[in-house]
Design a protein around this ligand. Structure first.
Ligand SMILES: Cc1ncc(COP(=O)(O)O)c(C=O)c1O
Length: 369
């Protein structure tokens, strides 16, 4: 199998480490090592200091799997497989899908969520949102796309890049629609816990349905993308085993230091989540004030959750706008054309500490771009 190039990763590779000002990053700032180690409890500090830099357990460090299970209701450490989030998407799609299977996936989105299924030989239908005040994925649209042979429904809520989050009733309707055709749900929950209002938080897919899979990880919510640790959780032991068996052909096991760092971060999750939610709220307020000042050029369907949103350029041409902005002001923005989703929007990242400063630079540069 040979998936099409990952357009967003190629775009980031071009600018992420050369443009001085990033305004489209989806993660929260990477935690400094000093701070991460200072958060460690006694057990984690001992694990860190005595760590043997050998291979680790393929399913994941037992203490880490137990900590992950503790994030969810009704799951056990046996229901958890760790790996890099992107790797786990690759493994799950390869393990669960066969050529000719039908898949429905939220769109626009993180490309591997639909591209790997395509590369396996599946027929992939794309479920798009409506931009009505806020971005909204209508469960009735999903229901209209499902067929008796649909094998997998892939959803990503909170959604990258729109910040859409279904209501509880809409989420119920999504799972009922999938169940009505016997489709399994793969739920990418990389941004879960970052709801603007925690009362809007949805149950994780693995809590809801025994054969559903929930994907999460350290990258976005916890500011630890560099540890490359994520997890799949499902109560379907057979599915988890078939995914784990494929991992023998990718990384075999995770990096030993990364597992301990992830454990430290997860044990400190209450503080990290609150810090990041507060930062996102502050940054969203700054963005809304910016849009209010420049309503003739921009419009915002505000996100309900997560650390990204899509800003509309009233006169389109997002690709050109982004090119001029990075050339003239060193500010990197991601145009929606990279998602193959028209050319009217740019993604704004809300998880970075310097976001208001970069937004001020964008404002200064507006007359020139
Ligand atoms: C929705 C979504 N899923 C999965 C991933 C992959 O996460 P990671 O880069 O930590 O592998 C990302 C990263 O941007 C994402 O936005």
């Amino acid at each position: 199998m040979r998936p099409a190039p990952f357009a967003l990763e190629r775009y980031f590779a071009r600018y992420e480490f050369s443009a001085p000002y990033l305004l489209s990053s989806s993660d929260c700032d990477g935690l400094r090592m000093r701070e991460a180690l200072a958060m460690a409890d006694d057990e984690c500090r001992a694990l860190w200091e005595d760590l043997a830099l050998g291979y680790t357990e393929s399913l994941g460090l037992p203490q880490l799997r137990a900590e992950i299970a503790g994030v969810y209701d009704g799951v056990s450490p046996d229901d958890v497989l760790t790996g890099a989030p992107e790797e786990l998407i690759f493994l799950a799609m390869n393990a669960l899908l066969r050529p000719g299977d039908r898949v429905v996936c939220t769109y626009p989105g993180y490309q591997s969520l639909y591209e790997i299924a395509r590369a396996v030989g599946c027929v992939v239908d794309l479920w798009e949102p409506r931009e009505e005040g806020a971005w909204r994925f209508d469960p009735a649209d999903l229901a209209g796309m499902l067929r008796p042979g649909t094998r997998l429904v892939v959803v990503n809520f909170p959604h990258n890049p729109t910040g859409a989050l279904p209501t509880k009733a809409e989420a119920d309707a999504i799972f009922e629609a999938a169940a009505s055709v016997g489709a399994r749900v793969f739920s990418d929950e990389m941004y879960r816990l970052l709801e603007n209002d925690p009362a809007d938080r949805l149950p994780a897919a693995c809590e809801r349905v025994p054969d559903a899979l929930a994907l999460s990880g350290m990258s976005k919510v916890f500011g630890m993308a560099g540890v490359r640790i994520g997890w799949l959780v499902t109560r379907d032991a057979g599915a988890l085993q078939s995914i784990a068996e494929l991992k023998d052909y990718t990384t075999i096991c995770s990096s030993a230091p990364s597992e301990v760092l992830a454990l430290i971060g997860l044990r400190a999750r209450a503080a990290l989540v609150e810090r990041h939610r507060a930062r996102i709220a502050r940054n969203l307020a700054a963005l809304e004030a910016f849009v209010a000042r420049h309503g003739e050029r921009f419009a915002l369907a505000p996100p309900r959750a997560g650390s990204v949103c899509l800003l509309r350029l009233r006169d389109g041409n997002a690709t050109d706008f982004c090119r001029r902005l990075v050339d003239k002001a060193g500010i990197m923005l991601l145009p929606s054309s990279v998602f193959r989703f028209g050319d009217d929007h740019v993604r704004i990242g809300l998880g970075r500490e310097n976001m208001p400063d970069v937004l001020a630079r964008l404002e200064d540069a507006l007359a020139a771009v």
